[in-house]
Design a protein around this ligand. Sequence first.
Ligand code: GRF
Length: 196
Amino acid sequence: MQRIAVFISGSGSNLQALINDCREGHINGDIVLVISNKKNAFGLQRAKDAKIKAIYEKDEAKIIELLQQLQVDVIVLAGYLAILSQDFTTKYANKIINIHPSLIPSFCGKGYYGKHVHQAVLDRGVKISGATVHFVNEVTDGGPIIMQETVPVFVDDDVEDLQKRVLEVEHKLLALALSLYCDGKIEIENGKVRIK
Ligand code: GRF
């Protein structure tokens, strides 16, 4: 069983999807720690309700200490809005997985998070969007792509319509990617991901 830490900053609906899938045995892993950089993130309450250690912490050194104490194998960023240092991403190379609410390399990088992503999608008038699960490296949203799934964008969509449609895909995709990771089915060759 892989020992999983999830980092959040907000409501934690992606976290909840992972909690549910771990509990139902769809993921060969245990969420042993939830870290938030926002004191009142509802995701912390979700973790507490699920009897998972939930910590408000912004200091990377303290976070690393907790990860080591709890022997965490893999970190999932689920709506985590702080940028991790290069030391951190190097220390946990290919062990940090992020969910982004667009089809990387479109609408990603500095400033593209949460609703800003969907607003940019609507402003550009693209006809498909979606979600991307990727490994985290020193480049924001720049790590090897693990999985992607598309959603249609309708001309009458507002940000909330699109966010809801993408979020449904995120929940499924992140849980599936984490499940494959925990089963050792994800390989990286020359910066490209192969799923065994
Ligand atoms: C999601 O849209 C995720 O893609 C983005 O932030 C949002 C987090 O939502 N990174 P939640 O906190 O998991 O509900």
